[in-house]
Design a protein around this ligand. Structure first.
Ligand code: ZN
Length: 387
């Protein structure tokens, strides 16, 4: 099959006009022709790009769509999630997960970094329609988190037994700096020192306040949950600067949200860690805190930026194109060439899947999406999966 379009993005950049992509029947890229071939390619309108990579999602929370009010700030948001997450039947939850998964496929997403607290998503992984890295999330803010960790190992090992044509990977990760103690960080670190770590990072101002001086909204949250935090000694430094001392630098790190990450922390992480990815979830930030991270600063510090949707508890849809459109709306100076690289190749690198998806390169099978409306002001761009 031969295809072409007025504009083709290969996951890194725009390809020269007239480029023709040759694909095998299963979607594998066979060749990229710089000039017109003798074959008559199918010409698509709009833009063609590799399939999208959603670096941060929680399919497990799909039943909470529309349940949590917007713009409450993170602490009330988390209290709402905990209050409402179990008030649904297993059938309702399963139906919502399947609907959300199918919507992601329709939105051109080919690989996902999915946060999971249970084995509820095993059936979606088994459908063999998307590449998965399941991040098995641990929560435990106490000095003896053995039970929480052992449960995560069980979930991890159940996932590890699954096989499919698509990649099914998994690793054990911390939820957030305010919900994981030093003891639990160290257990996660020891599990496998080269496993990718994904962590909700500096999503609220209160997080650094707690690490620096042990005051503010995080302390209120912990106390409202009946958690005794007497063991916690403030470090006088930000959360990121503190917990990185508890983890080996050999992990690839995906820092998610970074809504309140200062430049000094970005520079420190970039300098001390061989593999760092900064995952933006702009629609969730706008939903919860009604603000965005300092994206220009991340770019100035040469951060590798990728994109996630977070869950339907804090988003109206699971669509990487909608996340890119929100960034573009708030930062018109960030062009589509850059945004498309964040949503494809950079995301694939963050999930260690750049060998199979994320870019239009010979031998890969990245899926191909057709995009409309990127350059029409005031319209919402649309995506169709064509391969
Ligand atoms: Zn999240």
């Amino acid at each position: 099959m031969f295809i072409t379009a007025a504009k083709i993005h290969d996951g890194h950049k725009w390809l020269p006009e007239g480029t023709v992509i040759e694909l095998a029947g299963d979607g594998t890229i066979v060749a990229i022709h710089a000039e017109k071939t003798d074959e008559h390619p199918v010409h698509y309108d709009g833009v063609l790009a590799p399939g999208f990579v959603n670096v941060h999602c929680h399919l497990e929370l799909s039943h909470m769509k529309g349940v949590i009010p917007e713009h409450t700030g993170l602490i009330p948001f988390l209290q709402n999630v905990m209050m409402h997450r179990n008030g649904f039947s297993d059938e309702q939850k399963s139906a919502a997960r399947h609907d959300a998964f199918n919507a992601m496929l329709e939105n051109g997403i080919v690989a996902v970094g999915d946060i999971t607290n249970t084995t509820d998503t095993m059936d979606l992984r088994a459908e063999d329609k998307m590449h998965f890295h399941s991040f098995v999330e641990t929560i435990g803010f106490n000095e003896t988190p053995q039970k929480q960790f052992e449960y995560a190992v069980q979930v991890h090992d159940s996932f590890a037994q699954q096989t499919a044509e698509h990649r099914l990977w998994q690793s054990i990760v911390p939820h957030a700096p305010y919900s994981v103690s030093k003891a639990l960080f160290e257990m996660i670190d020891r599990h496998r020192k080269d496993e990718p770590i994904s962590i909700h990072n500096q999503e609220a101002k209160a997080e650094d306040e707690y690490y620096i001086s042990k005051t503010g909204g995080v302390q209120t949250l912990l106390h409202s949950l009946g958690i005794n935090d007497d063991f916690f000694k403030p470090s006088g430094k930000s959360s990121l600067q503190t917990y990185l001392e508890w983890m080996s630098p050999s992990h690839p790190f995906i820092f998610v949200h970074n809504t309140y990450t200062p430049r000094t922390d970005v520079a420190m992480a970039q300098e001390t860690l061989p593999q760092v990815y900064w995952c933006l979830c702009p629609n969730a930030n706008l939903y919860i805190e009604n603000t965005l991270p300092d994206i220009e600063m991340l770019m100035e510090e040469n951060g590798v930026i990728c994109i996630g949707t977070d869950s339907l508890s804090s988003n109206h849809q699971l669509c990487i194109l909608s996340e890119m459109a929100s960034i573009h709306e708030h930062h018109p100076g960030i062009d589509w060439e850059t945004l498309l690289a964040w949503g494809t190749y950079n995301g694939a690198c963050a999930l260690q899947m750049q060998g199979i998806v994320g870019s239009i390169e010979v031998g890969k099978n990245p899926g191909i999406v057709q995009l409309h409306g990127l350059y029409q002001h005031g319209t919402k761009p649309t995506v169709t999966r064509i391969v």
